[in-house]
Design a protein around this ligand. Structure first.
Ligand code: SF4
Ligand code: SF4
Length: 188
């Protein structure tokens, strides 16, 4: 039993999309699919006046399910199809999902999408059915990232790399106003 989370040293991202490709390959998702488990959000600001606007350096934010402790998607599902597994990962009983899409609307992070292959909703589950099920301790995106900016591990283990990095570095969560208690953290 663990309480898995992920931390991102997000400013190191070079927007290479290797994580996205690795995730699709790991989960048998068509490489060209637009909707899938993780993506990189480009944020940039502008400076200057109306006639002379200049784009400032972009920041790349790694986006995926935030593994909320208090998950709105789980609460919104009318069929009880969403649950938390022993490692605190928010999962789906596929046979109970009838695509009412209440979970898609409830997620503040737009992390869920419709898996057209199986006609159910889907999202990142930290490679629970593949790598974790095989006893591995890394996710496909983490192991592939050339910038090594993704930290994955047990938040309840004070000796884990993620616990250590969160102890040493200031960090923030996305949309704290949603009060979902995410287990994904962004390092300052
Ligand atoms: Fe559910 Fe969205 Fe939270 Fe993930 S980020 S647990 S899909 S509400
Ligand atoms: Fe950014 Fe790493 Fe993903 Fe490349 S693999 S886009 S550096 S998070």
């Amino acid at each position: 039993m663990a309480r898995y989370g992920m931390a991102f040293d997000y400013k190191l991202c070079i927007n290479c999309h290797a994580c996205e490709v690795a995730c699709k390959e790991e989960n048998g998702i068509d490489l060209g699919a637009k909707n899938h488990r993780l993506w990189i959000k480009e944020e940039f600001s502008v400076e200057g006046d109306f006639w002379n606007l200049k784009r400032k350096k972009a920041e790349f934010i790694q986006m995926q399910c935030q593994e909320c402790e208090d998950a709105p998607c789980l609460k919104a599902c009318p069929n009880g199809a969403i649950y938390k597994d022993v490692n605190g990962i928010v999962r789906l009983y596929k046979e109970k999902c009838d695509l009412t899409r209440a979970c898609l609307k409830a997620c503040p992070y737009d992390a869920r999408y419709v898996d057209q292959r199986h006609k159910v909703t889907d999202k990142c589950i930290f490679c629970a059915d593949t790598r974790l099920a095989r006893g591995e301790t890394t996710t496909a995106c983490q192991i592939t990232c050339p910038a090594k900016l993704r930290y994955f591990g047990d938040l309840d283990d004070p000796k884990s790399e993620i616990s250590q990095v969160l102890k040493q570095r200031e960090h923030f969560i996305l949309k704290p106003e949603a009060k979902t208690k995410p287990k994904l953290f962004y390092l300052k």
